[in-house]
Design a protein around this ligand. Structure first.
Ligand code: SF4
Length: 566
């Protein structure tokens, strides 16, 4: 500031000199010129934030307000969250607190502070906010930060509709970057290797040709080599057996299957209880109580027995640490109560049916081509005369759509039922939703979801309480009433089941042939943990395989047209 004052004084003096130059000016007049010059002099500092660009780190900067905020590289790693894998986990620190030892901060607190700092910096914009994320980082695919989802939900376009992100696909479709691509040889060649529409590819090709690069352009559009491994059998088959999960993962994406089932990549286990553990707990309780159900007289006794089983199970090493903390004890109580309610639902379904539990955790085997077979374990097999049905306990999302079955994404139930029937009449393959759901409108009692022979005999034996023309409370079928796609007539259901073997054979052949191409089914890439390694970016490298809505009867028709299992 002093420097600016000094410069100002000098400039007023030199201007006064110029004004007085050549004239006969008295001392009084010169003093008056100087005085008016100093009076007009203004010195001010430009506020540091006006007309300036600041570049900072989302976590380390404290932005108190800017007209425009650009937040770049918002990948799924932003805001960053440290894993609870330090020498002392948060749970252990909580346990030490009880012994009077305070250690801080916990990972949870560090992560919350990070999130808060990022949120404050992003929300510091006054006029505009630009959020961007790369499709790839260092050659690896990366997802978008949750900040992008929050912003999409919080803001709307000017017309009130949803925001339209400027995505790679949009740039491609609108060809807005073509002039840039065609300005230089390298970006043009790079663009040609992308999945362009024929019109744009032809335009870039002709620009390159005119520039004398036809040979390179022709090489750029030749199809890339297929990703294959030499010996799929050695990688995917153990003791001549493959798992249904491997097949389903293969149909979800061959590359993901290669990483998960071939190279056996797994998530690192953490100290805290994960949702999977809670699911395993309920599953274990159901497996223990199911064989005893036939001998239990009523719901009260059943509930008492399940509570006993659940409390015993909580003492097992896998769950015993849960009760170390207050929050863990709360979780344990909630788990027991959920296990009791779920088991009571299963009990009611069995009590009101002529089906009896025949076996639990039954090993099964389905022979495919050559000596290869699929091996699995069925949670529960119920029988009634010559009729057989199987039940799979599901604590996560239940997905029993014909479309997913058609695409090979859900093969387990039909494959297992075919194996379990072993010459008897296969009549139902169901998921039992082993979680208590809180819905505004109740729908049956732990309604089984899956596929079945919907003939009256099967419906009545599966639910002895269902009334004429009414829908069962335990599964999706009517008693001699409305037709439901997943409840087929006996013959159609038999063909429907055979489809699983047809698809399993085709998938096994491809898998053992070594196909590991990234070829994702619809939505497969969204939460895929292998996204960093496959190098496949939806939109830039190709599209996911779209779901085609099919009916169960259409699936059965495929088998008929194929002449059964030939
Ligand atoms: S991100 Fe998509 S393409 Fe890549 S492995 Fe996962 S499912 Fe396959």
């Amino acid at each position: 500031f002093s420097g600016r004052v000094y410069e100002g004084l000098l400039s007023v003096i030199s201007e006064a000199e110029e004004v007085a130059a050549g004239g006969d000016v008295t001392l009084k007049e010169f003093a008056s010129i100087l005085k008016s010059g100093f009076g007009a002099l203004e010195i001010s500092l430009i506020p540091p934030k006006a007309d300036a660009v600041f570049v900072g780190d989302l976590y380390a900067t404290a932005n108190t307000g800017s007209n425009v905020v650009f937040a770049a590289r918002l990948t799924d790693g932003v805001p960053s969250a440290s894993a609870d894998t330090a020498l002392l986990t948060d749970r252990e620190i909580s346990a030490l607190e009880k012994a009077g030892v305070d250690i801080s901060p916990k990972i949870r607190q560090v992560n919350m502070r990070n999130r808060e700092q990022v949120a404050l910096n992003i929300c510091a914009f006054k006029k505009r906010l630009y959020l961007t994320y790369p499709v790839r980082c260092g050659g690896e695919e990366c997802g978008a930060s949750e900040i992008i989802s929050y912003a999409s939900a919080a803001f709307a376009a000017k017309d009130g509709g949803a925001l339209k992100p400027v995505s790679a696909a949009r740039i491609k479709n609108e060809a807005t970057e073509l002039p840039y691509c065609c300005s230089e040889r390298l970006p043009a060649l790079k663009k040609l290797t992308a999945d362009l529409s024929p019109r744009y590819a032809a335009a870039i090709y002709s620009v390159l040709k005119d520039g004398g690069y036809e040979k390179q352009a022709a090489a750029a559009i030749s199809p890339p080599a297929e990703r294959k491994i030499e010996d799929g059998k050695n990688l995917f088959v153990t003791f001549n057996s493959i798992s249904p999960t491997a097949l389903e993962t293969y149909f979800t994406c061959p590359y993901r299957n290669f990483m998960q089932q071939g190279l056996k990549l797994q998530e690192r286990e953490e100290g805290a209880m994960r949702p999977l553990d809670a699911g395993n707990f309920i599953h274990a309780v159901l497996q223990t109580v199911a064989p005893e159900i036939g001998a239990i007289k009523d719901d009260v006794l059943l509930r008492a027995r399940v509570r006993e089983i659940a409390e015993d199970l909580l003492k097992a090493p896998a769950y015993s640490a849960l009760t170390d903390s207050k929050s863990g004890q709360y979780t344990a109580a909630a788990l027991i109560s959920e296990a009791v309610d779920v088991s009571a639902g299963m009990y009611e379904q069995l009590k009101n049916s002529n089906f009896k539990v025949e076996s639990c955790e039954l090993k099964c085997e389905i022979k495919l081509d050559g000596a290869i077979k699929i091996n699995g374990r069925i949670d529960r097999v119920d029988g009634c005369g010559d009729m057989v049905r199987i039940i799979d306990y599901k604590t996560g999302n239940v997905d029993a759509s014909a479309t997913h079955y058609y695409m090979g994404l859900k093969l387990q139930l039909p494959l297992y039922l075919s194996a379990a029937a072993a010459g008897r009449r296969a009549v139902g393959a169901y998921y039992f939703p082993a979680t208590v759901e809180y819905k505004s409108k109740a729908d049956g009692v732990f309604r089984l979801q899956g596929f079945m022979d919907g003939s009256e005999e099967v419906v009545l034996n599966s639910d002895t309480t269902v009334e004429e023309k009414k829908k069962s409370a335990y599964f999706d079928a009517y008693r001699s009433g409305k037709k439901i796609d997943s409840a087929m007539d006996g013959e159609t259901f038999a063909d429907f089941l055979k489809y699983s073997e047809l698809v399993a054979r085709g998938g096994t052949r491809e898998m053992l042939g070594g196909n590991i191409e990234p070829s994702p089914a619809a939505d497969a890439c969204k939460f895929c943990k292998m996204g960093g390694s496959c190098g496949f970016a939806v939109g830039a490298d190709g599209e996911e395989r779209a779901h085609r809505t099919v009916k169960c009867s259409e699936i059965a028709d495929i088998v008929k047209r194929n002449g059964g299992l030939k």
